[in-house]
Design a protein around this ligand. Sequence first.
Ligand code: ACO
Length: 426
Amino acid sequence: QSQGLTQFLKFSLPKDEGFHVLQLQSLPTQTHPIVTPVPNAESLPLTVKVQHFFSLFHHEKVIFALEIYVFLTLHSNDVPAERLIFVSKADTNGYCDTRVSFKSLTKSLLKYILSIDPNYYLQKVKPRERKYEQETNLLTRHTEVTKSLRILSKRYRLSLDSPSVPEDFYLNLKFSRYYVTKISLFTRPEPQYLFAESSQNKQKHYLDGSQLLQWWLSILDDILCEDFQVTAQAKLQIPGEDLPQINRHLKATKFSNWKVGDIFGQNPEELAAFTVPLFPDDPKTRFLRQLVEENRIHTTNLVSFWTELAQRQEFRLSVISSVIGVQGVLLKSSLYWPTSSMYQNQEIYVADSKKQFSYIKSYIIGEEYDTEEGALEAFANIRDFFKIRLNRRLPLIVGAKESTHASGNKRVNVINTLKTRKKPKK
Ligand code: ACO
């Protein structure tokens, strides 16, 4: 019965050690197209955005988090549908007292995301605009007082326990059977991304720019070999570096189709505005916004976009930052539907609003991790929230990976001394 997440993760986690996992998902929501369509385009695509937020806990402490967005694009013409996985942030905090390969874990989480049927997200999509004014018995914050009272009295008369949702309140969409899967990410090392002040922890292990690039290349290279058809394309771009330099980073890859470049836009003369995707919290998006402000959005082509991007602060620092993209068709269909039902293995929690999503996520990212206390606090708060407010438990996964280290799994944590725990916030 325990399919899905557990199956994917257990072979990446040390044998016989228990790990709790939080998999938080946002409500699928209709959004603007990821790549801005050319003006007067014949038909506009419909795009749906979903956020996945994973956290891993061990010995009652949070130890790792990963933020991933999935964008689904449906076209009304013959253009194939597209699933785009944007890996936004991965971070550790150094409070794990057993050796975990975060590379293997991240790879498994990506493979799990790839296994999910796009139709799973499309059964109930929040539309970009809702027609609130139409006759409905649903109460929203836009409902006027007199109307609310009328609705309430009507509900009372009908003795309805819960309001029925009008049919067009959510979109119910269907993905075509043939679609392209893309994976996109921007690698730039930082002392901390999701765990504030964790850089103060001397036990935290970091990868520098070049190691981080190799780390992601190796994850994606394995996924390309294991999950994608051989026709898939894989691209690496390091703004500001010349071709031979970039090619050097690709030397160790196994998949045959790695090339220098980017999966978005093939022709260097194309306008960046209509080829470069708009991702949350991404330097390319920030640069596109700047071009709009400077009134250069309709004149900047891809070559000058990449040249100028390289000169921006985010790329100019001495660390290597890169843009990696993968695009192709998978070998096996993605058919998995994550389970969130109360009666099954509750591997995923789909937040019922944007607000609730941020609220739960803030138990992890709102904490401070200069001492171990933050990691304990985050776990206790999430566990209590799940138990008290949601009447659920965080899934527990028992590792099944044999240790390859002669010294075993133990990693001694001498620096961090425990302080008294604060009361969980409510
Ligand atoms: N001491 C010595 N070596 C260690 C230690 C340690 N404490 N911990 C791990 N290593 C070694 C591993 O053995 C492994 O070596 P190998 O490849 O030779 O087997 C290597 O370091 C990588 O280990 P992982 O467990 O895979 O990864 P790591 O613990 O470094 O975590 C991560 C990777 C999450 C990127 C981490 O470096 C980190 O938190 N960095 C700060 C935030 C960051 O820059 N995130 C990436 C942003 S880019 C993006 O997310 C799209």
